[in-house]
Design a protein around this ligand. Structure first.
Ligand SMILES: [Fe+2]
Length: 365
C-alpha cells in the first residue's frame, strides 16, 4: 500500500484573506511569531492585529526570530507561549518565522523537551495549532510538516519533521510580498523552484507530487525571466506565491534532495541566503540527474521554458548570483558536511564522492 498524499493544511488565498479568516475558531488568545522587520513592513502584522482585535482575541507578539532561527530561540518562544497560556500561534514571515512558529508550537505544551532533546524526545502533547502567513514566495513552509532550524551542536541546519507540525491553515495574500526587494524575490523563487525540481526528480515522487510539481515549475520556472528583467507585477507575485505553496506540498510528500543538503553549509558558515545557497547546486542537480532520467529532466526544462542544460544554468545564474568563492579548506569542510546530509541520496541520481567534490570545487577561490 502506498500513501500517495497527506496534507491537512486548509489553504486560503486572496487579497484581504487575513481579515476574513475565522480566528475565533482557534481560541481566545494567541501568540504572533515573526521577525523584527518584515512582518511590519509588508503590512501583515497590522492586518493580523486588526483582525484579532475585531474578533476580540488577545495576543502577544514574539518578534525576535532571527534569520535561520536557532532551536534556542524556538524553545524560548515556546516557553513564553506556555506561560502566557495561548491557544494558538500565528506565524508571519518567510521560512524562518514560519519554521520558528511551528517549533515554538511544538515546544509549548511539551515542557520536558529541551534544546538537546527536541529531535529525539517524545512529543507527549499535541502542538498548538499554527496558522501560517507567508510573506515571501519561496519556502512553502506554510504547507509542510518541516521546521528547519539552526543547530549549533552539529554546526548545521537540522529539520524537525513530524505530521504534528503541519499548520492548520495557510493564508496566502500576495500583497505581503509586494514590498520584497528584487534580490530576495529572486532568491526565494529559486528556493521554491528547487523544491519543485528536487521533489520531481526524487525517488519519493509519485503521480500526485508530480502533478503538483509540474504546476509549481510552470508558475515559478516560467516567471524567472520576468524576475530577471525586473517585471514584477501583482499577477506575477500571485503566481509565485501559489507556485511556492504547491512546491511546498511537493516536498511534504518527497522531501528535498542534495541541492538543499549541499546548500546548508553555505548558509550556516558563509551567510548566503537559503535561496542563494540552493541556486549554487540546482543546475548541477538537473545535469547529474539527466544521466539516469533524461526525459524527466527535459520535462523540467520545458516547464521552465528552456531547452538545454546551458539555458537552465544561465537562467538560474542570472536570477541569483552563483559566483561565490571561498578558501579551499572551508569548501572541503562544507563538502564533507553537505555531502553527509540525510537527503543526499534521495534523488534519482546518487552522487559519488567524486561528483560531490566536483560540484563543490567550483566554489574554491
Ligand atoms: Fe528550501
Amino acid at each position: 500500500m502506498t500513501n500517495l498524499f497527506f496534507n491537512p493544511v486548509k489553504v486560503f488565498s486572496g487579497r484581504g484573506c487575513v481579515g476574513e479568516y475565522p480566528w475565533k475558531s482557534h481560541g481566545k488568545k494567541c501568540m504572533i511569531v515573526c521577525g523584527s522587520h518584515s512582518a511590519r513592513l509588508c503590512g501583515a502584522l497590522d492586518d493580523v492585529r486588526d483582525a484579532l482585535t475585531a474578533q476580540n482575541i488577545k495576543f502577544i507578539i514574539f518578534d525576535r526570530v532571527e534569520q535561520n532561527p536557532t532551536v534556542e530561540t524556538c524553545k524560548e518562544a515556546g516557553d513564553i507561549a506556555r506561560e502566557d497560556k495561548v491557544d494558538f500561534i500565528i506565524g508571519i514571515g518567510g521560512g524562518s518565522p514560519l519554521d520558528a512558529a511551528k517549533a515554538a508550537a511544538y515546544f509549548a505544551p511539551n515542557p520536558h523537551l529541551t534544546v538537546e532533546t527536541l529531535y529525539d524526545g517524545e512529543c507527549k502533547s499535541d502542538p498548538l495549532p499554527v496558522i501560517a502567513i507567508p510573506t515571501t514566495a519561496g519556502t512553502g513552509s506554510e504547507v509542510t510538516q518541516y521546521s528547519v532550524l539552526t543547530c549549533r551542536r552539529i554546526e548545521n541546519k537540522k529539520t524537525l519533521k513530524t505530521p504534528k507540525i503541519f499548520p492548520v491553515a495557510a493564508l496566502l495574500d500576495a500583497e505581503y510580498t509586494v514590498t520584497l526587494p528584487q534580490s530576495i524575490t529572486n532568491a526565494t523563487a529559486v528556493d521554491a523552484l528547487c523544491h519543485a525540481v528536487e521533489g520531481y526528480l526524487s525517488k519519493g515522487a509519485n503521480p500526485v507530487s508530480d502533478a503538483l510539481a509540474e504546476k509549481a515549475m510552470f508558475y515559478v520556472g516560467r516567471s524567472l525571466r520576468s524576475l530577471i528583467e525586473g517585471r514584477l507585477d501583482f499577477a506575477l507575485r500571485e503566481r509565485l506565491l501559489l507556485g511556492s505553496m504547491l512546491a511546498g506540498m511537493v516536498i511534504s510528500v518527497t522531501g528535498t534532495c542534495f541541492v538543499h543538503s549541499f546548500g546548508y553549509p553555505f548558509t550556516y558558515f558563509e551567510g548566503l541566503s537559503h535561496g542563494e545557497a540552493n541556486a549554487c547546486f540546482l543546475p548541477d542537480f538537473a545535469e547529474y540527474t539527466a544521466r539516469v532520467a533524461e526525459d524527466k529532466v527535459m520535462r523540467v526544462y520545458r516547464l521552465c521554458g528552456v531547452k538545454t542544460h546551458e539555458e537552465f544554468r544561465s537562467l538560474i545564474e542570472r536570477a541569483v548570483p552563483c559566483d561565490w568563492k571561498f578558501d579551499r579548506d572551508a569548501v572541503m569542510k562544507y563538502s564533507r558536511i553537505g555531502g553527509g546530509g540525510g537527503s543526499v541520496n534521495k534523488g534519482l541520481y546518487e552522487p559519488t564522492a567524486d561528483d560531490i567534490y566536483n560540484m563543490y570545487k567550483k566554489y574554491i577561490i
